[in-house]
Each structure stands twice: as C-alpha cells, then as structure tokens.
Design a protein around this ligand. Structure first.
Ligand SMILES: [Zn+2]
Ligand SMILES: [Zn+2]
Length: 254
C-alpha cells in the first residue's frame, strides 16, 4: 500500500498543510489538502474520498475536487462518510448556499453526475472497488468517524481527529494485517487541558491510546498544531514506545 501524505497538520501556512491522505492514488481520506497539492490529472484518478468529519480543516478542498470533475472524463467522485457525518455535509456545505449540491448536475464530458454520496453504517464493513472500509465512531465532540481500510491484504486505521477513544482500537486489534495506524497529537503536553476540551490528544494522551493497541505496527501522530510541532515531536520520542512516530508530509510505502 502506498500512502501519500498531502497534509499532516491541524493548521496551515505556506509550508504546512491540512489533513489529506491518498492511498494508491485513487482512495483519499479527508480533503483538507487534495486539490491544492495534486494536478488535475492526479485529481481525476481519485475515485473516492472518505470524510472523517465536517470540520473545515478536513473538507477545505472537497468543494473544489468535486467542481474540477466537470472538465474530466472520469466517473463520478464518490464521497463516503458515516451517516451522521454525511448529514452535516448536506446541511452545512452542499446546501446550495455554501456550495451547490453537484449530485444534481450532470457533467458535460461524461453525461453523469460529478459526485455521488455513499453513507456507511457504523462498524459495518463495506466494499468499494478493491478496498473495504469500516467506519467507526470516535470522540471529537461532533459526529466523527475514523475508518479501517483493507486493501490487497493490508489494513490501515485512520482515526481522524479524536480524544481518548475505545471502539476503533478494539477493531484495530482484530483487523487483518494492520500496517499502520494514523491518529493524532494536536497540542503539546502542557496544553493537555485544551486537548481534552477540544476532543484532541496531546503526546501523553497519544501514548495512553497506544497502550490500548496490541498490534505491532507504526503508530503515527498527525494533526500537529504548527507552532508546537517540534515540542510534540520530542514528546512523542520521549514516550519510549518504538511504534510511536510523527506523521510527515511525504510518500510512505507500507
Ligand atoms: Zn482537524
Ligand atoms: Zn476536528
């Protein structure tokens, strides 16, 4: 499995990007950074994007990814999310005010809609192309679901933004051949209260989450807040869990 990390931060500036991941060039997880780092040809290869939750830093590029489909000779983009997350996207984003609901428009190139929506039931494994996806609710103060993706005999867990959580770790521990876990550490340890109040993790809390995971695979902390990225990195190293590392904006082969 190839994982292209387009954005690994919980904030953005000229050198740091919002959450966006691409697996094997065709399956994306979150859309904070997709159009802004991919050519139109690369965007056209994306068949589906799983959205963990509706916060702006995870959907910033989604309206533009859909809009760019109008000029591309490619099947509709499938937006995948848990039911409660999708309801928030319908209500607050694709509502005709912030952005049109492009599922109602037909591409002049393909004669088909440019986007289709696929809602997932919590905890139920759903096949999409060569992959299967299982959405699992996490703890972030609003409807939010991580996902376990299985592809070609490998599995990877993405929690998206979350505070301390349980169910997705139980499912990760039972999953087939986990090759990586992508979770978060947003704030440094001295801002642990802010992390708790906002449904995020500090490195210390990230370390406590790792103790719930029995799998021996790399565990990546994403979504660092930019001013604290070095502090968070050294605090992750100090956990002395050899699985623990920070997620970087680069291509991984898992
Ligand atoms: Zn976020
Ligand atoms: Zn969030």
């Amino acid at each position: 499995m190839r994982l292209k990390v387009l954005g690994a931060y919980g904030a953005s500036d000229a050198e740091h990007n919002l959450t966006g991941y691409l697996i094997d060039d065709w399956l994306a997880v979150d859309a904070g950074t997709l159009t802004s780092k991919l050519s139109l040809a690369q965007q056209a290869r994306i068949q589906a994007v799983f959205i963990t939750h509706s916060h702006a830093d995870h959907i910033r590029d989604l309206p533009h990814l859909i809009h760019n489909r109008f000029s591309q000779n490619t099947p509709p983009l499938t937006v995948i999310a848990a039911k409660d997350v999708m309801e928030l996207l319908y209500e607050h984003v694709f509502n005709g005010d912030v952005w049109p609901d492009f599922a109602n428009y037909t591409s002049p190139v393909t004669g088909k809609p440019v986007v289709v929506y696929k809602t997932l039931a919590q905890g139920k494994r759903t096949v999409f192309g060569d992959a299967s996806l299982t959405a699992i609710a996490v703890d972030h103060g609003i409807p939010a679901s991580g996902v376990i993706i299985e592809l070609n005999g490998q599995s990877i867990t993405f929690t998206g933004d979350t505070g301390p959580t349980e169910e997705i770790w139980k499912r990760t521990n039972k999953a087939n051949n986990i090759v990586a876990v992508i979770t978060e550490a947003s704030f440094p340890n001295d801002q642990g209260q802010l992390a708790t109040d906002s449904g995020h993790l500090s490195p210390e809390m990230f370390g406590a989450e790792l103790k719930k995971i029995t799998v021996d695979a790399p565990m990546y902390a994403s979504h660092r807040k930019i001013p604290f990225e070095r502090d968070i990195e050294s605090q992750i190293k100090n956990l002395r869990d050899r699985r623990a590392r920070v997620l970087l904006e680069k291509n991984y082969t898992l």
